[in-house]
Write a protein that binds this ligand. Sequence first.
Ligand SMILES: Cc1cc2nc3c(=O)[nH]c(=O)nc-3n(C[C@H](O)[C@H](O)[C@H](O)COP(=O)(O)OP(=O)(O)OC[C@H]3O[C@@H](n4cnc5c(N)ncnc54)[C@H](O)[C@@H]3O)c2cc1C
Length: 376
Amino acid sequence: MSVSGKRSTVVFAGGGHAQLYSLLRTRELTKKGFEVVLVNPDRFLYYSGMAPGTLSRTYRPEEARIDVRHLVEKGGGRFVEDRVKAIRARDGIILLEGGGSIRYDAMSVAIGSAVPGDGLQAPDNAIPVKPVENVIGLRNRLGKLEENSLGYKPEVLIVGGGAAGCEVACNAKRAFEEHEINGLITIADRGGALLGSAPGRAQTEIHEYLRSRGVKVLLDSEIIKVEEREAYTRDGRRIDFDVAILAVGIRPMEIFGRSGLATGGDGGLWVNRYLQSISDPRIFGGGDAISLRGESLEKLGVFAIRQGPVLFHNLQAYLRGEELKEFKPQKIFLYILNLGDETGLAIYGPLVWRSRLAWRLKSYIDTKFVREHQYP
Ligand SMILES: Cc1cc2nc3c(=O)[nH]c(=O)nc-3n(C[C@H](O)[C@H](O)[C@H](O)COP(=O)(O)OP(=O)(O)OC[C@H]3O[C@@H](n4cnc5c(N)ncnc54)[C@H](O)[C@@H]3O)c2cc1C
């Protein structure tokens, strides 16, 4: 409650991975007298760790999603199906694309990120891996590509050989096999190795694995232009395709700069170690949307989920004038790539391990997490 006796409103802008901890505990907030509002364009959040697995049918799409609307409403909060267009901090309100506005006393922003379009000309038929719903829709799209009677094989071009690009390639390969399509998959990356920021052993493992699965890997191949059915590298080579997938990295949405809030170098909401905006102390944020002062965090769900409890605590502590908690990013974390054939590539600091057990571990962690949020 606020001092005036009016209920304080806690707004969750975007129902991203970083909000799940709080959304699951909506009842705790409403019981304490807070009004809770979630704004998200869809009632479902697709869990990114399982999204590539829907391509290989390791999971059905329904198994890989969380009903964030249900989470908030079950706890007595309000769900608004809309998008935040801008934040007007001087009045303490957010403006919605649908035309309305919502007042906040404290807010947590986790609206995720987008695949940057700058520097690369691409038509509408090039599919970005963000939002992850795009990856969910790919299986059907690949299934419709058929080898023609002249022996022409459908081709998929994946632009970007980071973790998302490699996982999508592995699982797309499996999707082709299941649809009995003799398709070709190519990954093109501008760098000299796949998984640019991973240890050398992980880079070699994934490269060898992809080659063994018949995926063509083109390194030192920066794609600068994607047309209807062909792409061009900076040095003028042409690559034909039927479907192009853009996995060239991610960057925060442009809302923050547009709203006059301080942003980091990548355009993310600039926050201090309490995940609190430098511009407006009522605003907190997590996940891909933020730039954490003094750190350069990879845009990973691992961090978003770890920020959840800190956001939950700090929203309440701020409204009550209590001490805020610091977010301390873990230096070493476990990342496991789903290779689409019930094996996984696990990376933990310098340690790299490819096996069936790695995949089982990933699947256990991911499905347990999603189930806990699906049936609370
Ligand atoms: C293919 C792929 C696989 C990945 N696999 C992994 C993995 O295995 N492990 C890992 O750690 N990371 C993985 N990542 C990274 C991970 O997806 C992100 O780091 C994580 O989703 C970030 O969570 P978030 O809370 O920032 O927001 P997100 O989970 O991205 O969610 C953002 C939410 O905000 C909504 N939204 C967007 N714009 C607005 C708006 N204007 N107003 C209101 N709501 C809005 C969206 O609809 C969405 O519901 C993967 C990424 C990709 C692309």
